[in-house]
Design a protein around this ligand. Sequence first.
Ligand SMILES: [Zn+2]
Length: 107
Amino acid sequence: MKIEIEWIEDYTDCELCGSSSANGADVKIDGQTWGYDMEPVAACYDGSSFNEWDVYRAIFAIAELEFVAGDTEDYKAQLEAAGHVVEETHTYPDYEAMRYDYGDDDE
Ligand SMILES: [Zn+2]
């Protein structure tokens, strides 16, 4: 399989709660969006965030590989060792455009 992982970050900056960020991923398997909703939503309440473990666990299920969780596991290398092609990109939020204008506050 060709696995394209776009790691996505979302960011919000609330005048009351402060800033928060969320992580997620859009994954394509052989050119097809995988159908797992792991879009990050940064919010004061009820945001959604998915870490590397969440994303790779779902990919391993699709690839029918045994997923062994651990900090030292190199998930990408395991997929490649099983014959899959893995391409990763990273999309960062436009912090400046999303940030409220606090005037002189340099936080
Ligand atoms: Zn808030």
